[in-house]
Design a protein around this ligand. Sequence first.
Ligand code: NI
Length: 392
Amino acid sequence: MSVIAGIQQNRDRLVALRRDIHAHPETAFQEWRTSDLVAEVLAAAGIEVHRGLAGTGVVGMLRAGGSERAVGLRADMDALPLQEQNPFPHRSRFDGRMHGCGHDGHTAMLLGAAEYLAATRRFDGTVYFIFQPAEEGEGGARVMIEQGLFQRFPMQAVFGMHNWPGLAAGQFAVMAGPMMASADQFEIAVRGRGAHAAMPHQGADPVVAGSALVQALQTIPSRTLDPLDAAVVSVTQFHAGDAYNVIPERAVLGGTVRAFRPEVRDAAEAAMERICNGIAAGFGVEADLDYRRGYPPTVNSAAEAELCRAVAADLVGEANVRADLRPSMGAEDFSFMLQARPGCYVWLGNGLGEGGCMLHSPHYDFNDDILPIGASYWARLAERLLPTPSGS
Ligand code: NI
């Protein structure tokens, strides 16, 4: 693998940086120490540092040459509310917080690329290094955009990367179109009329109506949506009742909806509303749907995906770049940035994930071997996106 020599020489420092972040995980919007560390490393490299977007967000700005072109490279900094089960010395020093998704590695890789690009400056234009808070469920990317990310730092395209257990270490996966799904939440409050369990005819049972709802919601993927569109409707919560002999007043259902296309998302929500109303009328109860839109699907634009594929292939060889993987039903808030700008999100193999070492596992750890590969990818991508006039 032809990682950049200057980055490879810096490997031990990148590993130390990554393990330091791993040992000091911070959850959504609380990434103050990490944010300080990122700002220090960028400033020491001579990169202009802008702080405060979404609280802990950091944007580094590096300019070379005279071109007006600008691109954004993004890493996430937050950890999970998860108890780490690893025994190694760089395990989390804090109960209930853990870098279980490798954002420690993402932050270190982008810092490695920033240092290299600042030292070499073989590009023409502006590179923005975007370090965002709160990728895990809280939508830090959306908050940075709402607070003016793309107005304050105008850029033509934006790029993201996530480590991927299950994919061999150092391989890349790049697909045009959807890479990850949308993730919406719903809650349905079913209000009936309580009664003695021996006299159900005197009440309106929200448990039976709720059970019918659970079944009927499964017909959204199977009967409402085009079979060629992938979607998931999962009811993950059903809360009702306190006694063996009382029909409760109320049942509450909750769950998640996943899809790859906005039209599918709209259709699923509309069908859910229709089914709630129909079941409620049929069972003589009320069913109030609260449908909350979360992350949109993560969709790569075709030209940028092809460019990223070519950069990855130059780095690790054609055979190590996969364009044939299926997208994931997981979700990612980089999707908000891809709604605002063309761009591409890639997976970098973290290794085969033996021993349950998958994302969000309490045994997970980022694979330090891929730090120089990811950092080299970022650096080569910036150089390719912002070529110097001589092409050197
Ligand atoms: Ni993640």
